[in-house]
Structures are given as structure tokens and as C-alpha cells.
Ligand binder design. Structure first.
Ligand code: HEM
Length: 583
């Protein structure tokens, strides 16, 4: 038996009191997955017949550290976290769609994180905590239902909704709009509503983990309120509301359905390598192909998603191949830093990165390990004046030079700040004997160890199970691992690298496999294995939800106005956000 293994901790079975950052504590039920052979319950496996990947935990640490992108140097030899806005240095995902737009502007990264939090919602880490002390029962099924926005609704969680003291003077006082936070500027942005200790009062605390996702949550709050106004002003043609409750339910349904539409017809095609502006081709079209059937009045068609690998009984489960590997593709596309609005672009000159001696950042670092409110885009705190996100910096809402910022490439390199997460997201702890406690704050290390502990199959085995020939270039070699030496603070030795190279010969952990597969496709989007797992899971979850547009009304089309009525192609995330901010 190896020495004491403290990663991951067992899920708590009483009301937890510690911090529950984005995914930092395993989801309830998650740790029992390997021993479960069922396809029901909250978590499960897609490939139950594939052998479990086994390697030494040490090898996961070495590989995870090797995946961190070292601090770069500018042409003058100065250490830099990034480039100026508009300047490309080869790290950006500059791939474009058929219409010439960027495939993955940076806003899709955080929309992806928002989607993750919606479908992996766990009441144990939410406001529901006090009502749900015995953590092992009453799992919710994963759904795109925006419970991170609505909580359990105005009756059950009225403190998320406006009342006499918060409602605008023109509004009826009926408690169906969501509470917004205080105005922050520089334009009309608002913070999230916060308690005295500055923690956000929202349906899922993880949506305050960094300032970009906080502002996305704040924009979804406005989207719901905008939908209420839109319905009340009679723009929702054909809908007659008699009570405030009717208006609330209709607004909630419209917000959910537009969001679900954007997930399936805009976001998903972009990440799996399809083109949302060519919707008849690719992985999503294959899964959603309508089937013909004969009726007494002639032929009709219906969509029954083609789920070859994601098969479940009456209730869907969260596949660990998705949540612990394929969907964590998102960690690879995170930039080390961002510009967030025109005011700060002008006011904030390149400056030293707090906590990183001699390193300069031209944009604002996504994280630092320091606590200053303007050190970085760290979350879980109030947002200071003028730090509101202008979505033109993240999405192609309107044409502005050098905008939006691209995401980073989808590849095996992870931006440097994610190797040194703040305490609010992951704490230092002894994870694997013989390594520094600080490796617990390196996100790639956490991902790889989580996959190992959950007994995921290896990438090659899953590829074979899917009828896909693994590319030999994916295999890990000693050369893959040598960059681990560059992160001096994490103290990886050459002997540890050699041992890991021999341990991993011919076997690739699934998360790394999926990122390498993407890298070999110009680092633009997921590859054969990753793309199919993500597409089947997202579409399968939607189809399993009886209230989704795909189940309830397959021919439904978005109703909210487009940002530009002349725009071709599907309703997109940019349309949704522009509508939320309109009026
Ligand atoms: C700055 C942004 C982000 C940070 C700091 C972050 C951090 C984390 C952390 C600490 C975990 C738990 C790791 C573990 O112990 O197993 C995690 C889990 C996860 N992350 Fe992220 N993440 C970020 C963005 C994203 C994005 C953009 C995506 C996808 C598009 C994503 C997908 C996931 C998934 C699927 C999980 C596992 C399920 C869960 O617990 O939510 N993350 N992330």
C-alpha cells in the first residue's frame, strides 16, 4: 500500500462549513462512481467496459506541472504574462468560421464555465445548504435549467427577488424580477447582489469565482428582468398573462429556452469543430438528424438524438468522462489576462504582476495569489468602480478594432496563473508524497489526479471503444515532460520526470489525450474523442429534460429580437447578451 493519500477528500455527509469553490470539493456521489456499474444515479461512466487507467499519482503531478505554460519573455528579454491588446504571439486561438468571425472569442470560455456550473449544480455548495444537511440523498439531475440564476424560485428563495425596497418605480411590486447588485460602471454594468461580507447572493456561489463569470451571472440576471419587461410590454406576441406568476413562468421559460438554443446551436458547434453558420454539417447535425416516420396524413419528422455512447435509463447521469476530462477542455482556453473595458484599457498601464517578481502584465491577470481588489480578476469579492465587463471585449457584438479578444488555443498548454490558483479557489495541501504542497494549487495537476482517482479509462482505450484510431503523436514522451523543470517553485526533479516518462509509456490520461487531440487539429477545437463526448453529453442532457425546448417543442425558434435584424445565421450568444443589455 502506498502512503496516506489525501486526494481527494471524502465527500462530507453533514452540513459542510468549509469553503466550496468551483469544483474544489468533489460533487456528492462523484467518488463512488468507479465502483458503480449502473447507468442511473448522479454520476456514471460512458465506457464501463474499458479498462481503468492506472498510473502512479507522481506521474500525474509531473505531467500536470509540465502542462503549465512557462512565463514568457518579450523581444527585449523582459518577463511578461501576456501581450498588449491586439498583439498576437501565437498563443491565441485565431481560427475563424466560414463567415470570417473568430471561432472562439474569449466570452465563450466563460459561457462554457457558466454552463458547467448549471449542469453540475450541487445544492451542497449552494444557498440550499442549510436545508439539505444529509448530503447523500436527493440529488438533482443535471439540467440546463439555470438554477444558478433562479435558485428554487421566488416562493422558496424570495431573497433573490426584488421587493418593495429594490424594485424600480415604474415596476409593479410583485417580486418576479431578480435583484441586481450596485452599479459599478464605467457604463451601466452592475455588480452581483452581495451580503455584508461581500459574498454574492446568487443561486450558485461558483458563479462569483472570477470577475468575468460574476459579470456573466449579473448579465443573466438582467436578461431575466429584460424578458419580464418584454413580455409585459406585449412584445411576446400571442402570450396572454393574467397573473405575475404567469409572467414569471413565461420569462423563465423564454430565458431557459434561448439559453439552451445558444448552447446547442452556437456554443457547441464552435467547440466541437462544426460551424454554427453551416448548421447542416458536422457532429451536432449528425446527433440531431431528424428521423422520418409515416402517419395517416403522410410523412412527419422527429428528432431522437443519436447517442451512440451516452446511454441512460429513465434518468440521465453526469458522465465522468465528460466532467473530469472532456469538458475540462475549458481550462486550456483560459487566457492569462484580459482587458475588460475601454476605461481600464486607457487608465491601466502595463504593470508588475502582484506576487510574481519581475513579471509585467499588459492586461489584467485572471488570477494572482495576492488579495488586492485590483490585483487581478479574482472573484468572491465586491467589484470596484469602473471594473465592469464590456462584452464587446469578449464577443463579436459590434465591430470594434482589436475586439473581441480571442481565447487561448485549445492545446496541452495551460496558462501560467492556473498553476498558482488563489487560496479562495484551491488551498495548498499535501496531495502526493514527495511533492510540494503547492502543486495542489496547480489546476492541471488537480484535473489529472481527479481522473486517476475516479478510475477513468485511458484516452487510447476510449478511442478504440469509439471506433477511432488513436494518433501515435498523442503519446507522452520524456520530451513532453521536461518543461516541468521550468516551474522552479514546484520543485520537480529530473529523476521524477524520467520515472513518469517510463510510467506513462503508451498510456495517456483522458484529459491530456483530449487536449492533445485538439492540438493536432491546429488547436482550434475539440477532436474526434473529445468532441463526440461533449456533444453527446450536452445534447443528451437536454433531450432528457422534459421541459427543454428539444423535448417540449422541437420546432421552436428564438423569439427575442436579434441585435441586428439583418444578421444571418442562428441566434447567438452575442444576440442574447445584447438583448439582456438593451432598453
Ligand atoms: C478561470 C476559470 C476557471 C477556474 C479557476 C477553474 C477551476 C476549477 C477547479 C479548481 C476545479 C476543480 C478541480 C478538481 O479539484 O477536480 C474545476 C473543475 C471543473 N472545471 Fe473549471 N475552472 C475554470 C474555468 C472552467 C471552464 C472555462 C470550463 C469549461 C468550459 C471548466 C470546466 C470544469 C469542469 C467540467 C470541472 C469539473 C466539474 C465541476 O466541479 O464543476 N472550468 N475547475
Amino acid at each position: 500500500m502506498a502512503g496516506p493519500q489525501v486526494f481527494p477528500k471524502q465527500p462530507v455527509s453533514t452540513t459542510p462549513t468549509g469553503k466550496a469553490p468551483h469544483g474544489g470539493v468533489p460533487q456528492r456521489g462523484l467518488m463512488t462512481t468507479p465502483s458503480s456499474s449502473t447507468s442511473t444515479g448522479r454520476f456514471g461512466r460512458l465506457f464501463r467496459r474499458s479498462p481503468v487507467f492506472s498510473s502512479k499519482a507522481d506521474s500525474m503531478v509531473v505531467l500536470g506541472v509540465a502542462m503549465l505554460q512557462p512565463i514568457e519573455k518579450d523581444p527585449k528579454g523582459n518577463k511578461v504574462l501576456d501581450t498588449q491588446l491586439g498583439e498576437l504571439d501565437g498563443d491565441e486561438n485565431t481560427s475563424t468560421l466560414a463567415n470570417g468571425q473568430l471561432r472562439l472569442p474569449a466570452g465563450y470560455t466563460y459561457f462554457g464555465q457558466f454552463v458547467d456550473h448549471d449542469i453540475t449544480f450541487d445544492p451542497v455548495s449552494s444557498l440550499a445548504r442549510q436545508n439539505d444537511p444529509n448530503a447523500l440523498v436527493d440529488f438533482r439531475t443535471p439540467k440546463f435549467d439555470l438554477d444558478n440564476l433562479y435558485g428554487r424560485g421566488p416562493q422558496d428563495q424570495p431573497y433573490l427577488y426584488q421587493d418593495k425596497s429594490t424594485v424600480g418605480s415604474a415596476d409593479p411590486d410583485d417580486g418576479i424580477k431578480l435583484i441586481q447588485g450596485k452599479p459599478i460602471g464605467p457604463e451601466n454594468q452592475r455588480d452581483l447582489p452581495r451580503a455584508e461580507n461581500n459574498r454574492a447572493i446568487i443561486g450558485d456561489p461558483r458563479n462569483d469565482e472570477n470577475k468575468i463569470i460574476s459579470q456573466l451571472q449579473a448579465t443573466f440576471i438582467r436578461l431575466h428582468n429584460r424578458a419580464v419587461d418584454w413580455i409585459r410590454s406585449g412584445d411576446d406576441k400571442g402570450f396572454q398573462a393574467t397573473t405575475p406568476d404567469d409572467v414569471f413562468k413565461r420569462a423563465q421559460q423564454l430565458v431557459r429556452w434561448h439559453y439552451q438554443w445558444v448552447v446547442v446551436h452556437d456554443f457547441l458547434p464552435r467547440i466541437v469543430g462544426d460551424d454554427p453558420f453551416q448548421p447542416d454539417e458536422g457532429v451536432v447535425a449528425d446527433i440531431l438528424e431528424a428521423k422520418a416516420h409515416m402517419t395517416v396524413s403522410g410523412r412527419a419528422t422527429v428528432i431522437r438524438p443519436k447517442l451512440l455512447f451516452y446511454q441512460f435509463g429513465s434518468k440521465p447521469f453526469m458522465p465522468v468522462e465528460f466532467s473530469v476530462a472532456a469538458y475540462r477542455y475549458g481550462h486550456s482556453v483560459i487566457r492569462p489576462s484580459y482587458q475588460i473595458n475601454q476605461f481600464l484599457l486607457k487608465a491601466r498601464k502595463p504593470q508588475p504582476v502582484p506576487g510574481l517578481p519581475d513579471v509585467t502584465a499588459s492586461r489584467i491577470p485572471i488570477f494572482t495569489q495576492t488579495k488586492g481588489l485590483t490585483d487581478s480578476l479574482n472573484g468572491f469579492n465586491t467589484i470596484v468602480p469602473n471594473w465592469g465587463v464590456d462584452w464587446n471585449f469578449f464577443l463579436p457584438i459590434s465591430k470594434v478594432q482589436d475586439l473581441p479578444q480571442p481565447s487561448y488555443k485549445m492545446d496541452t498548454q495551460i496558462a501560467h496563473p492556473l498553476g498558482f490558483l488563489p487560496e479562495s479557489v484551491a488551498t495548498t495541501e499535501a496531495l502526493v508524497r514527495g511533492f510540494s504542497d503547492r502543486v495542489a494549487q496547480a489546476l492541471p495537476v488537480r484535473n489529472l489526479l481527479r481522473g486517476l482517482r475516479l478510475g477513468l479509462p485511458g484516452g487510447e482505450d476510449i478511442a478504440h471503444a469509439m471506433g477511432i484510431k488513436p494518433d501515435p503523436q498523442i503519446a507522452i514522451t520524456a520530451g513532453t515532460l521536461t518543461s516541468a523543470l521550468e516551474e522552479e517553485e514546484l520543485k520537480i526533479s529530473q529523476a521524477q520526470i524520467d520515472a513518469a516518462a517510463s510510467d506513462l509509456k503508451g498510456r495517456t490520461p483522458l484529459w491530456y489525450y483530449i487536449l492533445k487531440e485538439a492540438e493536432l487539429l491546429k488547436s482550434a477545437h475539440l477532436g474526434a474523442v473529445g468532441g463526440r463526448i461533449v456533444a453527446e453529453t450536452l445534447i443528451g442532457l437536454l433531450a432528457a429534460d422534459p421541459l427543454s425546448f428539444l423535448s417540449a417543442q422541437q420546432d421552436w425558434q428564438p423569439l427575442f429580437p436579434r441585435r441586428d435584424p439583418k444578421t444571418d445565421g442562428p441566434f447567438t450568444l452575442s444576440d442574447l447578451i445584447a438583448f439582456a443589455l438593451s432598453a
